[in-house]
Design a protein around this ligand. Structure first.
Ligand SMILES: *Cc1c(COP(=O)(O)O)cnc(C)c1O
Length: 462
């Protein structure tokens, strides 16, 4: 399997190299040259299998034989062993034809654990084989960072630096990043918003000399391997609800577009997905773009669903690449316009192609809280605010096929918003009940590229 950049000017790589590179050298994102299509019988045969076995069958065609099947099976087993539910991604019915896919039973209580736990092990295997060491740098609006730190802490072949916007992540999210004691993990509170964090990470990657000097690697949702691993739960959920014999729709609380893009990949692989619904909070740039055809950034407005407080939605570039018929020059032109002017227009045929795959909706802050309250009253299920944005938008988008809303985080990660809406304060699972007693370790930095480089150089020289 070969991987190409959405901007067409970077080297073509195999799976392992694309995973280790993260961002392509031309600023683009890696995508498979051709998406493998699973036969209908292959998809039907996934029904009833353990989650790890579904993962093995869905992921194998993309790895290009670079990982031994037995080793891969072992890594998949270990990756899911720390989950707090035997189904890994259980489905819960919350209304007629409406299901919640609970993706929050991993070690840091958000869906990011699914991909991060797997790619931590695959990267470790690949680096050990090559005798290499990498410096992983990532920006997080909260959940990616904790999942990355949890997946990589103590690994000999990697240092991990995670930038998060100071004061804009929940206390549970912050503590999950600042309390691990291993010397190879480094939490950085940046004085800026999430887009500033993401922009500094991109700056580091675009400085090719620095990139080579420290061996930069990325595990943000721009990393193809993460998107790929997330396709597994789309398959598991859809076959549980009758695919491939009937189509299923998904509504996905969306920020950086990685999770929903995994749904588009599953669809391209032959999974009968009727609609993929992008659910946004008040930072609704994707909803405005899909309805109006113009992607226009505005200042971020902090919300009660902070992991979706975003204006530059990196993986949308992959969807644009698909929608333009894989026209790398057209994608590069849109991204150049975005960088120069903060906006771009999606050409008409590409917009129609996007709309043939994605629908969209938004939820205001009040609607999000009301949905948490109403769902709790009707079903007893406590929703985190991100999942509530999804449930609200799904309710408006529901058709005749089953609708699955992805529940992206555990309610206890956002206890204040949940308690305000329901009067019930969700408890952390017992395995992390001492989180608030553990000492914290964090570096606070100005939004300054030079200071960031100096900190990274200093830490990896230890
Ligand atoms: C990361 C995250 C999202 C957004 O996912 P993307 O892949 O960035 O679109 C939504 N909800 C929660 C809880 C998250 O952690």
């Amino acid at each position: 399997m070969r991987y190409v950049s959405t901007r067409g000017q970077a080297p073509v790589l195999g799976f392992e190299e694309a995973m280790l590179a993260g961002l392509a050298r031309d600023g683009g994102l890696y995508v498979p040259e051709r998406v493998p299509v699973l036969a209908r019988e292959t998809i039907a045969a996934l029904a009833g299998l353990p989650y790890e076995e579904v993962a093995l069958r869905v992921l194998s065609p993309f790895l290009g034989g670079e990982f031994d099947r037995a080793a891969l099976a072992g890594d998949l087993a270990a990756a899911h062993a720390g989950f707090g539910h035997p189904a890994r991604a259980p489905l819960v019915q919350i209304g007629p034809g409406h299901f919640l896919l609970e993706l929050f039973h991993g070690p840091t209580l958000a869906f990011k654990d699914f991909a991060m736990q797997v790619i931590g092990r695959l990267m470790n295997r690949a680096l050990a084989r090559a005798g290499r060491r990498v410096t992983i740098v990532g920006a997080t609006s909260g959940d990616t960072g904790s999942a990355a730190i949890e997946a990589f802490r103590g690994l000999p072949a990697a240092d991990v630096f995670i930038l998060f916007p100071e004061g804009r992540v929940s206390e549970v999210q912050r503590r999950q990043m600042t309390t691990p004691v291993e010397a190879n993990v480094h939490a950085i509170a940046l004085r800026g918003d999430f887009d500033a964090c993401q922009a500094r990470v991109k700056d580091l990657f675009n400085d090719l000399a620095f990139r080579d000097e420290v061996g930069l690697a990325a595990v943000n949702s721009i990393n193809w391997a993460r998107v790929l691993v997330q396709t597994v739960y789309y398959f598991a959920a859809a076959v549980a609800l009758g695919a491939p014999h009937r189509a299923v729709s998904f509504t996905v609380p969306t920020g950086n577009f990685g999770d929903i893009y995994a749904g588009a990949v599953a669809r391209a692989m032959g999974l009968p997905v009727a609609r993929l619904v992008v659910a946004t909070n008040q930072n609704d740039i994707l909803h405005r773009c899909l309805t109006g055809g113009v992607y226009a950034t505005e200042p971020v407005r902090p919300s009660i669903s902070p992991s979706m407080d975003i204006q530059v939605s990196s993986n949308f570039e992959r969807a644009l690449h698909d929608a333009t018929g894989r026209d790398a020059a057209a994608v590069a032109a849109m991204m150049a316009a975005l960088k120069a002017t903060g906006r771009f227009k999606v050409p008409e045929p590409a917009l129609a192609a996007l709309r043939s795959v994605y629908a969209s909706g938004r939820a205001s802050e009040a609607e999000t809280s009301a949905t948490i309250a109403a769902t709790h009253a009707a079903t007893g299920e406590l929703l985190c605010p991100h999942s509530a944005v999804g449930v609200k938008v799904a309710g408006e988008a529901q058709g005749s096929e089953p609708m699955v809303t992805l529940a992206t985080a555990h309610p206890a990660k956002f206890p204040d918003a949940v308690a305000a809406a329901t009067g019930v304060r969700p408890a952390l699972p017992p395995r992390m009940a001492d989180l608030f007693e553990r000492p914290e370790r964090v570096s606070v930095l100005d939004d300054d590229l030079g200071a960031l480089k100096a900190l990274i150089r200093g830490r990896i020289a230890r």
